[in-house]
Ligand binder design. Structure first.
Ligand code: FAD
Ligand code: SF4
Length: 583
């Protein structure tokens, strides 16, 4: 662990110089299973009951329903899903405009009208508009670039879709362990043989409380890591099996979202690509954009709008805050005309993997596979990952099933199935699209456009990424323009966390690993970045040099952004965190 003296001569300092006190491989990989009478045995264990994990569970159960012999071989619990949220969907958040194909393939008997009746889909996109926002008052409509074409797509809520998929999976025989974190990957003889669930009922210092329940080994013939963007066990697996060797590092983005009930329906999907409210100068390193998606709730008849701000975690100004930028964006006349007179009904935040094709780790290892965001399958120029998550879950299920039927234990065919599918093809086309932005909006923009227009042919080759935490930070002026929250139209972080239904016990053990004595630049980076207001710098801390950081971890909404900028989100106790409903 390094520390003092890590500031560069120009006063800038990179978060990577203050790495989190954690060794994933040592702490989160368990070698060998407990004795037979102390463990739970299942056929396939899926870690993460989100979009990808539940697609995998449902597809496996569809295949097993027609094959009682294999079903029986998998034992009493053929498919188990381990989900840390109170219920599936509780920790899921997305924009979300979805390309419908993979969901239609997964549930061919359902129509899009059925999806809307189920309450997770909110209508087909029929109109769209893309704007540049040169300033706080102006907008300039531009022809819709190919990556923002959404005509025919469906607006959904991934949180509501997870609850729907949970119900289908349970009806088909899945055992879904909600309020349960998977805290260790179990490896035996070079092969993943399951996961260990986390203890419950420990106090602040790890001491067992009156209601203490120890975790259990869950032994499985196949393990699917569907933890979302670079989860806890995924990171450990990547290290243990060298899955990222020869790949580019993963990079990240952070999105903050609100859902508004509005008086007038919005009739189109809107994207804005800045530069306002971000700074144009390359020294700020700020690349981001916004969305506004119309949602018609068929059950209540309510007109809703999903609005969000997403920013690359590549920025250099420590005072960049996705939450406050979203509040600022809402003051633009374009947005005021849509939201004013309405009411905010939901808020949330989540990170997503932004590296695309070259940053995807190897997707299989002995005994296990990675699906969805855990495998880095987001097309970030289009801000689309839901359809890839569903497709990868489905393909993983089919590869695992085929191997189990043959009595084999290798799931390597999944890797090729992804490469040959729409997931591999789309991500390959976008493989060099985002990297030029590392040179800034003005310098990189033309190259990005060239790549989009030529469908990835130019620039060719392999463009590299550098890690987000390697970016030196400085304390800039982005914060100067954040609005003061009025509690009606613009909101502070803590009242926003409150409406997520966050239920972390005050005496839960700390699941955030960061160094607590760091240069002011790093402390401010965390303080401004965290959408939940977890990091605090004491008022009497010096204006420069080393400061102490207070970590109010019970506010955490588990967005994962800290992992990109010098800290580590580890799994909290099962059941903690937000309870998202329509994000
Ligand atoms: C702000 C934002 C906007 C987006 N907009 C769009 C969009 O408009 N359209 C689109 O197509 N895509 C969009 N995406 C991308 C898309 O949302 C994701 O690609 C997709 O939802 C990922 O699904 P997943 O199942 O892989 O991961 P997740 O949805 O993150 O699910 C992972 C699940 O695993 C659980 N979990 C994690 N670790 C553990 C553990 N150790 N133990 C137990 N449970 C665990 C989590 O609680 C969670 O429920 C957006 C993403 C973000 C963040
Ligand atoms: S503390 Fe929690 S909410 Fe804040 S940035 Fe880290 S993971 Fe996100």
């Amino acid at each position: 662990m390094s520390g003092h003296g890590a500031s560069s001569s120009n006063g800038k300092v990179a978060p990577a110089a203050f790495p989190p006190p954690v060794d994933s491989q040592k702490e989160f990989v368990k070698h060998g299973l407990d004795g037979e009478d102390e463990l739970i045995e299942v056929g396939v264990v899926i870690v993460g009951g989100g979009t990808a994990g539940l697609a995998c569970a449902n597809r496996l159960l569809q295949l097993l329903a027609d094959d009682p012999e294999t079903m029986e071989r998998l034992g009493e619990v053929p498919v188990a899903v381990v989900e840390k949220a109170k219920t599936c969907g509780g920790h899921n958040l997305s924009g979300a405009v979805m390309r419908p194909g993979p969901l239609q393939e997964l549930f061919p008997d359902m129509s899009r009208e059925d999806w809307r009746k189920e309450g997770f889909a909110y209508g087909e996109v029929t109109k769209e508009a893309v704007y540049m926002t040169p300033s706080a008052k102006t907008k300039l409509r531009i022809p819709t670039p190919p990556n923002f074409k959404n005509h025919g797509n469906e607006v959904i809520s991934v949180s509501a879709m997870a609850r729907f998929q949970q119900r289908l999976a349970e009806d088909a025989g899945a055992y879904i362990l909600t309020e349960t974190s998977a805290t260790q990957l179990i490896v035996d003889d070079g092969r993943v043989v399951g996961v260990r669930s986390g203890d419950k009922g420990r106090g602040k210092d790890g001491e067992p409380l009156g209601n203490f329940e120890p975790g259990t080994d869950i032994k499985a013939q196949a393990t699917v890591l569907a933890e979302g963007c670079w989860g806890h066990l995924t990171g450990a697996a990547i290290q243990e099996f060298g899955l990222a060797e020869g790949r580019e590092p993963q990079v990240w983005e952070l999105g903050v979202k609100e859902v508004w009930k509005v008086p007038k329906p919005l009739d189109r999907v809107i994207h804005t690509i800045g530069p306002w409210p971000l700074k144009l100068s390359a020294k700020y390193g700020q690349i981001g954009g916004t969305w506004l998606y119309p949602m018609k709730d068929e059950k209540t008849g309510d007109d809703l709008v999903s609005i969000g701000f997403v920013i690359d975690l590549e920025y250099a100004d420590a005072t960049t805050s996705a939450h406050d930028l979203l509040q600022q964006f809402k003051l633009h006349p374009l947005v005021k005309g849509i939201l004013e007179g309405g009411e905010r009904v939901a808020w949330g935040a989540k990170a997503l993997p932004g590296g695309g094709y070259w940053s995807m780790p190897k997707l299989s290892m002995p005994g296990a596979v990675l699906v969805g965001d855990a495998g880095g399958m987001v097309d970030t120029v289009a801000l689309k990952g839901v359809h890839h998550s569903i497709m990868s879950g489905k393909l993983a299920a089919e590869s695992i099933y085929a191997s189990l039927v043959r009595g084999e234990s290798s799931f390597e065919s999944y890797e090729q199935a992804i490469e040959d599918s729409l997931v591999g093809k789309e991500l390959y086309q976008e493989r060099n699209t985002r990297q030029p932005f590392q040179k800034g909006f003005l310098m990189g923009g033309p190259m990005v456009n060239l790549n989009i227009v030529t469908k990835g042919r130019l620039p060719g080759g392999r463009w590299s990424w550098h890690r987000n935490d390697a970016k030196p930070m400085f304390i800039g002026k982005t914060k100067d323009n954040y609005p003061k929250p009025d509690g009606k139209y613009t909101f502070d972080k803590l009242s926003s966390v409150f409406i997520t239904g966050n239920a972390t016990r005050d005496d839960a053990p700390n699941h955030i690993r960061v160094q607590k004595h760091v240069p002011r630049e790093i402390a401010e980076t965390w303080q401004w970045m965290c959408p939940a207001g977890v990091y605090e710098i004491p008022e009497d801390a010096p204006e420069s040099g080393m400061v102490d950081v207070i970590v109010n971890y019970t506010n955490c909404v588990q967005c994962g952004a800290i992992t990109a900028k010098g800290g580590r989100l580890t799994t909290p106790e099962g059941g903690d965190g937000p309870l998202y409903q329509i994000t």
